[in-house]
Design a protein around this ligand. Structure first.
Ligand SMILES: [Zn+2]
Length: 251
């Protein structure tokens, strides 16, 4: 069986041309097979679709970041969803979508975010596409919404803060994404050491800044090594599991 690593959540459109080309060379050397580049704004959707056509390693996810989506008028939202339907067969997933209550001031804002999220959930179901989900300050609310909507294909991005909610996600047969924070955050390390690897996917959220520099998709290997040491298992087993998990969710 072929084993590979995958970066299940990045923003490759935010890299410079040079950064992108150098990163793709390194990922080839390090057995990182595919990178999912998530979209946040109108513009990034177009960029990620283009990148996925140009580089076979890059797979696009289409969507709108919840805080960006919340600012749109109904007409603009309809236009965005028209665009998503038109291109959905070209992409691997829908993301990054979800709910973010950090900068939500009113219940009305929260309701609007939830309504848009449900629209993305319905889009995913219609075309059998997994959802890559952002849930800052709204982790429980996101889980409740997904459960109510009977969602099956779910990756909760950077969902490493609450052991209780992580296990609830695993019980629903969903996946949880772990990123660069596992390298330094002791609480995250504890949560990951007790979380089933059958429900774990690795992600860099590149080019998020880490340790003074931009995270790149080949940093997935550092994350994999850290998870292996926390679990006290061989890196090869992590790689084998990543192959199985990634294929299960995205193929
Ligand atoms: Zn992201």
């Amino acid at each position: 069986m072929i084993k590979m690593f995958y970066d299940s959540h990045a923003h490759i459109n935010m890299l410079t041309k040079k950064e992108l080309e150098e990163m793709l060379e390194r990922t080839k050397d390090k057995n990182v097979d595919e990178i999912i580049s998530c979209s946040t704004s109108f513009e990034s959707n177009k960029q990620n679709l283009l990148l996925s056509k140009k580089f076979p390693q890059i797979k696009a996810a289409i969507g709108l970041y919840p805080l960006d989506a919340m600012e749109l008028e109904e007409k603009e939202l309809d236009r965005a969803f028209g665009f998503f339907e038109k291109h959905i067969k070209e992409v691997k997933a829908i993301g990054e979508v979800g709910m973010d209550y950090k900068y939500c001031k009113t219940d009305e804002d929260k309701e609007k975010q939830k309504d848009i999220f449900i629209r993305f959930i319905e889009l995913g179901k219609k075309y059998d596409k997994p959802l890559i989900i952002h849930s800052r300050y709204a982790q429980r609310q996101v889980i409740e919404t997904l459960e109510k909507e009977d969602c099956e294909k779910v990756l909760l991005h950077s969902f490493v803060d609450s052991k209780k909610l992580m296990l609830r996600a695993a019980n629903n047969n969903w996946f949880v994404g772990v990123g660069m924070s596992v390298l330094f955050n002791e609480q995250v390390q504890r949560n990951i050491s007790e979380f089933p690897i059958e429900n774990l996917l690795l992600e860099t959220d590149s080019p998020i800044r880490f340790d003074g520099k931009k995270a790149m998709s080949d940093d997935i290997i550092s994350i994999a090594n850290k998870v292996a040491s926390l679990k006290e298992i061989e890196i090869g087993l992590i790689e084998k599991r990543q192959e199985a998990n990634y294929t299960k969710l995205f193929e």
